[in-house]
Structures are given as C-alpha cells and as structure tokens.
Design a protein around this ligand. Structure first.
Ligand code: ZN
Length: 655
C-alpha cells in the first residue's frame, strides 16, 4: 500500500500530500478518485480494528489523586522511550522537532513535541527546532511564528532554531559526492514513465519494476547535467536527480530510487531568495540535516518506518555520521478531523471562525479554547509512548483535561442564562458579604467575598414553572439553597413575557428562621450572582459554549463527506451571562496556577523574546456549569468566555 512519496515524478503529488500534515508523512496519495469510496470502506474497517477506538463507556474514571500524582516524566522512565535510550545510551542526547512551515500544528504534533523536547530535557540534552524549509511553494512566514509560539507555550525552549536551508551548500556538495560514488543519476523521465517503472499493479498493465534508461548513465555525464540543472538548463519537471538506491531486490518502496533534487522556480525561498532553483527533497535532506546537527535519537512516527532504510543508506553512502532513527505510534484523535485541507474548507465555508476556532484540534485552537498547556502534556504522558498507533476519542481527551482543571483552577459562580430573582422580604439596601473559596474542598487557594443582596440571578435551568416531587430546585412554593448563603429561598411567584413565553422575573422570600426555630436543610444548592452597585456586581459577560463539531466518531467515513457530519448545535452563545466579582481577582492573578509556558513574567522563547501569557490563561471553574477561559476577542467593554469543557461529558455525541 505504502507508496514512496518522492519518486521524482510525483513531486507535485508529494506536495499535495504534504498539505495534509505539517510533519511530512508517508501517507499515500489516492491515485484515483474512484478509489475513494473503497477507501472509505477500508477506513471504516480500520477504524473498527484500532484498539482504542471502540466506544468505551465514557472514559475510565481516574481518581483525581492519580491524575495529580502521576509522574510527569513517566513516559521517559519506562517503556519505549526508555528502550530507545538504552539502545543508544549516548551521553549527550540530542533530538530535533522538524516541522515543515506550511501549516498549523495539531494535537497529534503535541506528542512529537513532548517526545522530542521532553526526551532531551529529561536526559539533560538538547533539542533543535528545525524548520524543514525545502519547498518554497508551501512555506509561509505566519507558520514559522505560529509553530514557535506553540512550542514556547508548551513550555519548551529549543536549543537552537535551525533551517534545513542553512545547509543548502553542504547538501549540494553531498549530492555531487553521491553522484561521484555512483549513488545518484540525473533522470529525465516524466511522471508517466516513472510511474510505469515502479511496476504495474492493476491487471491490465501488470509488470515488474524496471530501471529507467538514465540509470546507467556515466557518472561524469550525471555530474555535468546536475550542474547544468543547477545553472538553469532545465525547466521544472524536465529533469531531476535521482538516488540509485537498490539493485531492484527490495520490496521497500523507500528504496526505489527516490528523488534527491528537483527544480522549483517560483517563488523565491524565504531565506535563500533566488540563489537556488534546485531544492533537495525531504528524503535527501532530513537524514543529512540530522547528521549535521549530531542528532543522537531521531524520533519520528511509524509512518516513517520504511524510510529508516533510505535514511541509513544515504548516511552510509556519503559517509557521514549516522543518527539512530526510531519510530513511535502517532496520536490520532477520533471524532474530529486533522486534515489541513478539510479544516481549510471548514474555515472557508464559515463552519468555524478560523484555524483557532475552539471546536478544532489544532494547537492554536486548543490554546484559544483554554486547554492548559500542562493538561496537554499530562494527557500525552498518561497515554505513554509505544509503537502502536493511538486512537483516542475526543471525549477521552476532554476527560483528561477536566481532571487536570479540577485540581488546578480557581472556582467562582457564573450564570450563563440568567433569570432575575427578587427576594421580597429583604430590604432594598440589604447587603451581606459572603465568602467563596477559590479552591475545591481540601485545597487552599484562598477565598474572596461577594455580595448577597435583594436582587440575584439564577440559572434558567434551575427554575421550573410547576413544582414536582422529582425537582429539587426552585419552583413556585419550593425552596432551594444558595451556595455559600446561610438560609434558603422559597419561590412565591413569577412573571412571564407573553410574547416569548419566557420567565422574566421570579419573586422569592429569604427563609431566615425566627430565633429558636430551625428550617429544614434544603435538598439542593444552586449557584447565583447578586446585583450590587457598591461591589460592581454582576460582571456582564458573553459565554460561548462549545460542543463537538461533529456528530459521529468518524466524520471522514460519513457520506457524502465530513461536512454532512457537522452538528448544528456545536456552539451556543449566551450573550447575557453574568459573573460574580471573583472574576476580577482571577483575571488579576492569572495565570493561576503558573505552568509550562504560562508564567506571570512571561516565557522566554528561543530568540530571547518574552512571551506573555494570553487571555486564555484566565481560567476557572464556573461552579455547576463548566470550565471557562477568557477568549482572545475580549475587549474592555465586552468580556467573552469560552467553555473549555463541561463538568460532565458532552452527551450530545453519538457513539
Ligand atoms: Zn529516467
């Protein structure tokens, strides 16, 4: 199945493939559109086979203690990464994270970041951030910046930021050396011919793989033509340098004479300008740059396992230091999509705000949504690293984030869909100060005071127009406790807007017993926010509640395509939400707690520039509602909150 991605012909095809992933993958290009349906079926089947995907009942409840106590370095101490270390116990561990600067990183890449940067950090070594910038057609400045920002946010600092293009001269020299050793030849075959040389698979045109007529060219001729190609003799696709890898014995397509250099005329390279019109391919560049940088452990995903042979072949043939490439299973989230092309379509068709829409699983989106960097690292660590592909449901990711937030962020009360309650038996100027602890039980995070007055707001959901035995919150004649308030309230009447049918105002009494008497303890307590001009309460906010963007666990298998799987209710905006005054203190104290790349004084990036934490570092639990953060669109007049995760699992998703 696996088709080598760079065979010379399909450079354009390869480029298309590359759009899919920031990190180059061996992923196959669908040869024909009519195969699409068949592929979908395979996908469905594969999906069912993948071990972790079978819809488990929610996520296993892990005790919060376990979540907190888990050793954050466990993934390096045991299992696959420990074995890799033992296999090559180099003293000075050196790794690299090598993204192509042609897209936003997604959750899957956070594993590559955690593995490469974390492994180096754990062993006291260094990790390079190397931009694999060998295709000027795809690269954009904004991606260089976005990738660096995300790495800093995750709390890692590259030892150095390098570019494959730093080595263009050296790579060119090695290409000449390779030719001189009869390890490469100039090929002038076209796409069609090269495809045919790879051997026919379909019945109509079945034949074995064969060499092209250029393969036996004299070394001197290839060298002269290579120089001529460099100097502009050929147009793009007219010729390319091809590695002479095997003697037609191996079944590994990564050894089928891959392309080493190709012509790319336009646009100018962002670093080397117009100096070059030939560029090395990924297969030629990656292993040699690893070698130049003295990488000890070149850690990549299993999709590259076939590349290990070509990687080692090239290092050996040009006689340079050979790093050790090892492959781990990639992390894939089900119930969402990661494909750049597909996300681009969602953005273009207005199904999401942008690439950082909190419903997406790009890292910029998770960041904006308020997922703490520490929660992402903790999730990766929890999963551990093996060679198996890990398919994880988004709900399991959310459950991990929820656990993390539960033990770390402060709490306060927010009413997302408020109804006004007037407590008639309290005087107009009644103003009582109530203590609300920021931390959960047994966790001392201090507390704040908030006013309790005659006019309060409660959640629309906490009121019913008719009392019933199975409803323990507010209803006519029924009483309910208010969190942190000494006595309960009882509803006496309510008003409705005739036009909308909505309840607009509730009247209640405060059930303070006369001396000597006691009231029954209420069956349940609800959250509330009071009106008080003295305390500038409430704080008016807009709350955005996000749900899963897709209905199913496998949107890509839905007919006619994933767009049909979009949920209509993936975003609910509550424009009239109100928060209690504790929000101001939480904003002031954020990031609370400090973690990974979120510290009060900012985090220094690889350029020595200090990156201040963003608005999303203001996070809290809105008691009984969910976890929220401040959105980046917040202004001084309009505070916007994003729901990070609910307090419980999202029930709207079909298994
Ligand atoms: Zn040829």
């Amino acid at each position: 199945m696996a088709e080598p991605s760079s065979n010379g012909v399909s450079l354009a095809d390869k480029a298309k493939d590359m759009i899919e992933e920031v990190l180059p993958t061996r992923s196959k290009k669908q040869e024909k559109k009519d195969k699409k349906a068949a592929e979908k079926a395979v996908k469905k089947e594969q999906y069912a086979k993948d071990e972790n995907v079978a819809p488990k009942k929610a996520s296993k409840p892990v005790s919060t203690e376990a979540a907190v106590e888990r050793d954050p370095d466990a993934m390096f101490k045991e299992g696959w990464l420990d074995e890799v270390r033992k296999e090559r116990p180099a003293k000075d561990v050196c790794t690299r994270f090598p993204p192509e600067p042609n897209g936003y990183l997604h959750i899957g890449h956070s594993k590559a970041i955690a593995v490469n940067f974390g492994f180096a950090r754990y062993h006291g070594g260094k990790c390079y951030l190397r931009f694999d910038d060998t295709n000027p057609e795809k690269e954009e400045e904004k991606f260089f910046t976005a990738i660096q920002d995300i790495i800093t946010w995750l709390g890692f600092k590259p030892y150095k930021i390098t570019y494959s293009s730093d080595n263009f001269d050296r790579l060119y020299d090695l290409a000449e050396k390779l030719i001189q050793r009869d390890g490469a030849y100039m090929c002038e075959c076209n796409d069609e011919q090269i495809k045919d040389q790879r051997g026919g698979i379909d019945e109509k045109n079945k034949h074995p793989r064969y060499a092209c007529k250029h393969r036996d060219r004299p070394v001197e001729e290839s060298l002269a033509e290579f120089r001529a190609m460099r100097d502009g003799k050929y147009k793009p696709k007219e010729a390319f340098l091809r590695m002479k890898q095997d003697d037609f014995k191996t079944g590994n397509p990564q050894m089928w004479d891959l392309a080493a250099y190709r012509i790319i005329d336009e646009p100018a390279h962002h670093r080397t300008g117009k100096r070059w019109r030939i560029y090395p391919t990924y297969d030629f560049t990656h292993c040699l740059c690893d070698s130049f940088e003295g990488i000890t452990h070149s850690l990549c995903t299993v999709e590259f396992i076939n590349s290990r042979e070509s990687y080692e072949w090239l290092c050996d043939t040009v006689e340079v230091y050979k790093p050790m490439q090892r492959e781990y299973g990639r992390l894939n989230l089900t119930g969402t999509i990661m494909s750049k092309r597909k996300i681009a379509r969602l953005v273009k068709e207005g199904k999401v705000f942008d690439w950082d829409d909190p419903r997406l699983y790009t890292l910029v989106a998770l960041r904006r949504r308020g997922v703490p960097p520490g929660a992402i690292l903790s999730f990766i660590n929890e999963l551990g690293v093996t060679t198996a592909r890990t398919n994880i449901q988004t709900i399991r990711f959310e459950s991990s984030v929820r656990k993390y937030l539960e033990m770390t962020v402060p709490r306060l009360m927010v009413i997302i869909d408020p109804i006004k309650v007037i407590i008639d038996n309290l005087p107009e100027d009644h103003e009582e100060e109530v203590e609300n602890a920021f931390g959960p039980k047994n966790v001392d995070m201090g507390s704040h005071t908030l006013p309790f007055t005659r006019t309060i707001y409660i959640e629309r959901d906490d009121f019913r127009e008719v009392a019933s035995k199975d409803f323990f919150r507010l209803a006519p004649g029924a009483s309910v406790g208010l969190l942190k308030v000494t006595h309960p309230i009882t509803c006496t009447s309510f008003q409705k807007d005739d036009a909308t049918g909505q309840v607009t105002e509730i009247h209640a009494t405060y059930d303070k017993p006369v001396e000597g008497e006691t009231f029954k303890k209420p069956k349940s307590y609800i959250h509330w926010v009071a009106e008080s001009s003295k305390h500038n309460s409430p704080i008016r906010v807009e709350a955005r509640v996000f749900n899963s963007l897709f209905k199913s666990e496998n949107p890509e298998a839905v007919e006619p395509d994933f767009m049909a799987d979009i949920r209509e209710d993936s975003l609910t905006v509550y424009p009239n939400a109100v928060a209690e005054v504790g929000l101001t203190e939480i904003q002031r104290r954020a990031p609370w707690p400090e973690q990974a790349g979120e510290t009060k004084n900012g985090t220094e990036d690889a350029h020595g520039e200090v990156k201040k934490p963003g608005p999303e570092s203001v996070r809290f639990q809105a008691m009984r509602v969910g976890y929220f953060c401040v959105d980046r669109e917040t202004t001084s007049e309009n505070i916007i909150l994003n729901r990070i995760v609910g307090l419980k699992e999202d029930a709207g998703k079909a298994a």
